[in-house]
Design a protein around this ligand. Structure first.
Ligand SMILES: [Zn+2]
Length: 97
């Protein structure tokens, strides 16, 4: 056993709010920066944003989506673009359903 617990290596005062495990799901990642309460870290654009920037999702531990709205919109736009491209290919090949 180590007598002194100098455990925090790189994190500047890591918030232990995430440690409240409810026993469900996989363990959550710790944000690499200090996140004040009322804010949330977006792992996609790597920035700390107010909770209002995150869409509601009742399936998650904090009822907020993991990605901010901007990232969410960008991802869904990319998804739409991809689906449209696939559809156009199918149309061009005469493979429509
Ligand atoms: Zn984001």
């Amino acid at each position: 056993m180590l007598p002194t617990a100098s455990s925090t290596i790189g994190a500047p005062g890591a918030a232990s709010v995430l440690a409240a495990g409810s026993g469900r799901g996989r363990p959550r990642k710790d944000p690499p920066v200090n996140v004040p309460s009322g804010s949330k870290y977006c792992f996609r654009c790597h920035s700390v944003l107010p909770l209002a920037s995150f869409a509601t999702d009742n399936k998650t531990y904090d009822s907020k989506r993991a990605d901010c709205r901007a990232c969410d919109n960008a991802a869904s736009a990319a998804r739409d673009k991809h689906r449209r491209a696939l559809r156009n290919m199918r149309l061009a090949a005469g493979l429509t359903r």
